[in-house]
Design a protein around this ligand. Structure first.
Ligand code: SF4
Length: 399
């Protein structure tokens, strides 16, 4: 670049070199054994699809979700028999149980008589139309307070109060945030602050802006999600399109990926999102090129073998495996461990240095050996839960 460049290069020199924003500061809210907010890892949650009163089926599905890594689970409670099943369900599961209530405040009060860990309500459909005293909402808040239980105030663009919609014209981000803030103030007037907030919309742009606006005004932790995202694979991409910018802004304390069908795959999708945005790094990150005509090794075979040997490893390590020398050495140097392939061989890198060359057939073994060395050298840096530490050159990402 010459001194007479028409571009203002000084702007680049002064720019922040490490990308990303710090986590938005939120207060901590305890949900059973899981703490949401603060510097705690963004917790992954899901919701059952069974009839809650079908205790056996609900427990079976929750066990499958736990197996998939789900950390909090929500069940719907639309009828008295669903509330009646909560105790039996709670007794047989290992993660906090959240009851989900819509429309009927009496169901909320009934559910709170059972050993749940949190209640989720949508105040927009709980209050009696035109009741400005928020009597029904207040009754739920008082009971949750008496029981020492937290509450999610779940604002949804599809069910905002008429008054707010009339004020803003339609269910836009400021309307959603004002709705949330109104209910927060009502709860606070009851001396209640164990609140988590969600601002969901099936419109990605609306949801992203609502969460951003809310984070600028409030320190209550947020449950993030793109509601009614639809059927995979479109829904996975749609959720990522909304949740990634929210997470990259440092917003979000618990996450739910809403996909049509079996809730299990949504757990994996949420963890991938947290990993890709570096908010919660808990397994090896495998960098692989898409391959092209320059490919010098059987990359697909190597990646498949490597994935299977890395399966179950809870190591926040970055491994780069590229098919030729175009970008291979550069990526390998930026990763914790890497290879760059050329002429049927692999140049093996560890901590940015080339440590040896091996034949193609030995690449996977060599990478696993280097991984064991990396693990030994970095044991003191790896948190017990093996989460958070992500990148060698970029700063450690906590949580
Ligand atoms: S790293 Fe090499 S083989 Fe892989 S996509 Fe790039 S140029 Fe092609």
């Amino acid at each position: 670049m010459t001194a007479t460049s028409r571009f203002d290069i000084s702007r680049l020199e002064a720019a922040q070199r490490v990308p990303g924003k710090p986590r938005h500061k939120t207060r901590e809210v305890k949900v059973g054994s899981v703490v949401i907010g603060g510097t705690n890892p963004v917790a992954v949650q899901s919701m059952t699809t069974t009839d809650t009163f079908d205790v056996e089926a609900t427990i079976k599905q929750i066990h499958a979700l736990e197996e998939a890594g789900c950390e909090l689970v929500r069940v719907t409670v639309p009828k008295p028999e669903d509330a009646g099943a909560l105790s039996a369900i709670r007794a047989k599961i290992g993660i906090p149980l959240i009851c989900d209530i819509h429309f009927d405040y009496k169901m909320a009060l009934a559910a709170l008589d059972h050993p749940v860990d949190k209640i989720r309500i949508n105040p927009g459909n709980i209050n009696k139309a035109g009741d400005t005293t928020n009597d029904r909402f207040r009754q739920i808040v008082r009971k949750a307070k008496d029981k020492g239980l937290p509450m999610r105030i779940g604002v949804n663009a599809g069910s905002l109060e008429t008054e707010v919609n009339l004020k803003y014209g339609f269910p836009c981000p400021p309307a959603m945030v004002e709705s949330a803030l109104r209910y927060i103030e009502v709860a606070e007037s009851e001396g209640y602050r164990d609140i988590i907030v969600s601002l969901k919309s099936s419109d990605v742009l609306v949801a992203v802006e609502a969460y951003r606006m809310f984070a600028q005004m409030c320190d209550y932790p947020t449950h993030i999600g793109i509601t009614e995202a639809g059927k995979p694979p479109y829904a996975v991409t749609k959720s990522a399109a909304g949740l990634a910018p929210i997470l990259r802004d440092g917003i979000g304390d618990t996450i739910r990926s809403s996909l049509l069908g079996d809730p299990g795959p949504a757990i994996a999708a949420a963890f991938v999102l947290l990993q890709a945005t570096q908010r919660r790094v808990r397994r090896p990150e495998l960098i692989a090129c898409p391959t092209c005509g320059r490919l010098a090794i059987d990359l697909e075979k190597i990646i498949a073998e490597l994935e299977s040997r890395l399966n179950g490893k809870r190591l926040p390590v970055k491994i780069s495996v590229l098919g030729c020398i175009v970008n291979g050495p550069g990526e390998a140097r930026e990763a914790d461990i890497g290879i760059a392939a050329g002429n049927g061989q692999g140049m093996i890198f560890r901590n940015g240095e080339m440590v040896r060359k091996v034949a193609e057939a030995e690449i996977v073994d060599a990478l696993m050996e280097e991984l064991a060395r990396w693990e030994g050298e970095n044991a003191h840096r790896i948190p017990k839960v093996a989460e958070g530490l992500g990148r060698r050159k970029l700063p450690v990402v906590a949580g």
